[in-house]
Design a protein around this ligand. Structure first.
Ligand SMILES: [Cu+2]
Length: 82
């Protein structure tokens, strides 16, 4: 079977996934993004984390995502989710 283009590895079509976004105004460079990614990716259920340094938006994909835990992880990295 031909794999779907643009489908991330490990993603099963039809699986329940959630997407959560946070505005994090203090993000100012790629290093900030990397710190947040590191902390947030350790939260239970998180499958992937994207940080857009230009728009200062953190996008998190996963299952059964816990808002409180995600905010805590962003805080742990030294940032505040608006
Ligand atoms: Cu920075």
């Amino acid at each position: 079977m031909r794999p779907l283009l643009g489908t991330p590895l490990g993603y099963t079509p039809g699986e329940m996934t959630e997407t959560v976004t946070y505005n994090v105004p203090k993000i100012h460079c790629a290093h900030c993004g990397a710190s947040i990614k590191e902390e947030v990716s350790e939260v239970a259920g998180v499958a992937s984390v994207e940080v857009d340094v230009d728009t200062k938006v953190v996008t998190i994909h996963g299952e059964s995502l816990d808002d409180t835990a995600l905010r805590a992880a962003i805080k742990e990295a030294g940032y505040e989710a608006a």
